[in-house]
Design a protein around this ligand. Structure first.
Ligand code: ADP
Ligand code: GLC
Length: 486
């Protein structure tokens, strides 16, 4: 029997993306379809999403209206995202505004984010429990804090109408905390105002409420699932995670191989495969010219990242003089903290021709960096899964990563045993410190200078399993188990 799942996400590629959540929410429907799961994605009606559903050639239609969704008029549109069904919550007062999904053009969070995403989750809970006659779902699957109130609304719904819910943590660092004054606007019963409900440190905690209410919790790698049981990674919610015991599952992300395949990637000057690695050379030359880099004999490191503390970008900044000293070069694409942005721009000024920096967000350039760079640096302090190292594996852009979260689970360090077995796919280092990163850069440069060995690492990465195969099955099995337990 086909299992019908409502996937509730605040972003999904290719319609709206600020990070890896969008890649995963965008890829999940196809990943589970292979295992008899029919997934429908619910997105907020931001302008970018409204534009996309509006161009559906008349296929878009309104399937439901709410005269007052937590006080706002709203309607539900039905359309498609890729080959899969899409629902869009069109609540103009909440989502039709210029800027990003969570904040204005200057990056400042919208002041009403609590209400915006509570309304989004309220709509999701209504849909999942059968409020829209033409839509039926067996499971509600919420992603991150923006959707996390959905399991809570379902839990406090009248008995018998709510389906089982799954809460996926893509990043424990973002929890959605709002003042207690939001609570009366949520329409929840008084009993929900409790430490076993939505209350968290005197306010409303969205992720906390979702983790407390969902039937099952998942996060995006087995190692991160273990890490968030500790106070170092649990960000205050580790006690709750420990209390949920074996209802917490680590399921590693895959990549969408239709979007990310070097053999068919239209952003690349030259497409290639593991057998035609030499064709990458033209892509590298294109990058060197795009980033104003000298041609050189050392490796070209690349970075595609939010420029933040989580991503270890301050440590990378401190290692750039060392990197250049080894004869390597760096091309960086990213945006984020203003001080880090300025730091990288200054480093490029200090090392003209050796370091090239592009501040901003550029999807095509991110593909070109993977298709032409020699190694991708991911020195994260924590990383629930990480996708750029997976794209690196698929593209023969060797990942150099810290040993944490999904980075630990997806990259095989080039230690002597792994090299001898032909299993190495990248370089790992332990603590995110200046010394450890410099050491990892040295090891990478040395491996690179042994051409045959380097190609073996590239090929092993390209052959490693970064597909959704096993993880799609793991989600399908989880849904089936919840329905059985019901
Ligand atoms: P996170 O979601 O924590 O930022 P991930 O590695 O899971 O980290 O996903 C980041 C996604 O965003 C990847 O698809 C990556 O290619 C993309 N990305 C990050 N920064 C940029 C940028 N400046 N330009 C284009 N794509 C970017
Ligand atoms: C978050 C995490 C990242 C993960 C992504 C998708 O943004 O920071 O590690 O890959 O979600 O699950």
């Amino acid at each position: 029997m086909t299992i019908r799942v409502l996937s509730i996400a605040s972003e999904a590629a290719p319609l709206v993306k600020t990070g890896g959540l969008a890649d995963v929410a965008g890829a999940l429907p196809a990943a589970v379809a292979a295992h008899d799961v029919a997934m429908t994605t619910l997105l907020p009606g931001y302008p970018a999403v409204m534009g996309a559903v509006g161009t559906g050639g008349g296929k878009t239609r309104a399937v439901h209206t709410w005269p007052s969704l937590l006080g706002e008029p709203a309607r539900l549109l039905s359309g498609t995202i890729g080959d899969h069904p899409l629902l869009v919550l069109d609540a103009p007062g909440l989502f039709r505004r210029e800027g990003g999904p969570y904040g204005d053009a200057t990056g400042r969070d919208w002041a009403d984010n609590g209400l915006r995403f509570a309304a989004f989750a309220r709509a999701a809970a209504d849909i999942a429990s059968g409020a829209v006659k033409s839509l039926r779902f067996d499971i509600a699957h919420a992603h991150d804090w923006q959707a996390a109130m959905a399991p809570a609304f379902l839990r406090f719904a009248p008995a018998g109408i709510a389906p089982p819910s799954v809460m996926t943590i893509h990043n424990m660092a973002f929890q959605g905390h709002f003042p207690a004054t939001l609570f009366p606007r949520l329409g929840l019963p008084d009993e929900a105002w409790s430490i076993n409900g939505v209350e968290y440190h005197g306010g409303v905690g969205f992720l906390k409420a979702g983790l407390d209410s969902a039937w099952a919790i998942t996060t995006v790698s087995p190692t991160y699932a273990r890490e968030i049981r500790s106070s170092e990674f649990g960000m205050g919610l580790d006690g709750l995670i420990r209390a949920r015991g074996n209802q917490v599952h680590g399921i590693v992300n895959g990549i969408d191989t239709r979007e990310w395949n070097p053999a068919s990637d239209r952003a690349l000057a030259n497409t290639y495969s593991a057998r035609t690695l030499a064709r990458r050379a033209a892509n590298r030359t294109a990058l060197e010219s795009a980033f104003g880099l000298e041609l050189g004999s050392g490796p070209l490191f690349v970075v595609i990242s939010r420029l933040t503390w989580q991503k270890g970008m301050d440590v990378l900044l401190s290692a750039l003089d060392h990197l250049v000293g080894t004869g390597a070069r760096l091309a960086l694409l990213g945006s984020g903290d203003k001080a880090l942005e300025a730091g990288f721009v200054a480093a490029a000024g200090r090392h003209p021709g050796r370091i090239g920096v592009r501040i901003g967000y550029d999807e095509a350039l991110s593909h070109q960096l993977q298709g032409g760079g020699d190694a991708i640096l991911v020195p994260s302090r924590f990383e629930p899964c990480g996708l750029t190292q997976l794209y690196g594996l698929a593209y023969g852009c060797v990942p150099v990563v810290s040993r944490t979260g999904g980075l630990a689970d997806t990259v095989v360090d080039a230690n002597p045993a792994a090299l001898a077995a032909g299993a190495a796919t990248g370089v790992q280092f332990n603590a995110v410190t200046h010394e450890a990163l410099c050491d990892a850069i040295d090891r990478t440069v040395a491996l690179y200078r042994n051409g045959a060995l380097w190609q073996a690492i590239q090929r092993a990465g390209m052959k490693s399993d970064f597909s959704w195969g096993r993880s799609g099955k793991a989600y399908a099995d989880l849904y089936a188990n919840l329905l059985e337990a019901r």
